[in-house]
Design a protein around this ligand. Sequence first.
Ligand code: ZN
Ligand code: FE
Length: 258
Amino acid sequence: MTDVLHVCAFEDNYIWLIRGKSPGHVAIVDPGDADPVLAALEKLSLKPAAVLCTHHHGDHVGGVEEILKHYTIPVYGPARERIPALTQRLQQGDRVDLPELGLGFDVLDVPGHTAGHIAYYGAGMLFCGDTLFSAGCGRLFEGTAEQMHASLAKFAALPEATQVYCGHEYTEANLRFALTVEPDNTDARAHREQTRTLRSKHLPTLPSTIGLERRINPFLRSGVMAVRRAAEMHSGDRLSSAIEVFAAVRRWKDSFRG
Ligand code: ZN
Ligand code: FE
C-alpha cells in the first residue's frame, strides 16, 4: 500500500515523500529545500531512492544538490529545462521505474507554468508541481494560455479517483476566487468549509482528486456555461472558445485580490 508523506517548506510549498512497497524507501518530489527533507528522512528512518522534479523553479529544486551530498540517488526531471544535478531527462511518453518502491510513473508534458514542466502519474496518483493546484492553476510564466489549457485537459482526462498532489497549499485563497467566478457552485462551497476546518488545524488540504477538481476548479471548467458567462461579464469580451474562456479566467485571477 502506497502512502505519501508531506514535508512543509518555505511559506506554502509541499515536498512529497512517496513511500512504496518496502516502507523504508521513498521518492522525494520537488525538494525546494534540503533541511526539512533530511530531517524527516532521519526522523522516520527512511532511505531515498530517487528525486523527482517537475520544473526548474528554485522552490522545487533548490534542495537537490544538498540532498545529493548525503545520498547518491538518481534525479529525474524535465528534459527541456536546465536543472543542475539532473541525471535522468524525461518527456511525454517516458516512464520512471522505481524498483525499491515497487512503483512506476508515466511522464506527462504539461507546459504553461514553465516551458518544460512535467508531471508524474502512476498508481492512482498525480504529482503535478505548479501546473494544477486545488481550485486553481499555476501562473503562466513561460507558456501560453493555449498550452496550459491543453496541459490541464490531460489531467482532467485522468480517472476521477486520481489523487492529486500539488506543489503548494493555495486551496483557501483559490476557493475565494473560484467562488467569485461561480458563487452558486455548491461543491466549491462545501469544499471551502472542509478546507477551513483542515487549515484551522494546520493540516494539508491535499491530496485532492481529479473528480473534485473537475467540480470546483474554474480552470478545469472553461466549458461550463456559468464560468463562461462570468468571464464574459468580467472581461467585457465575447468569448467563443473554451481556450478564450480559460485565458480570460487566468487573467482575471492574476489581478484578483480576494
Ligand atoms: Zn513554479
Ligand atoms: Fe512553486
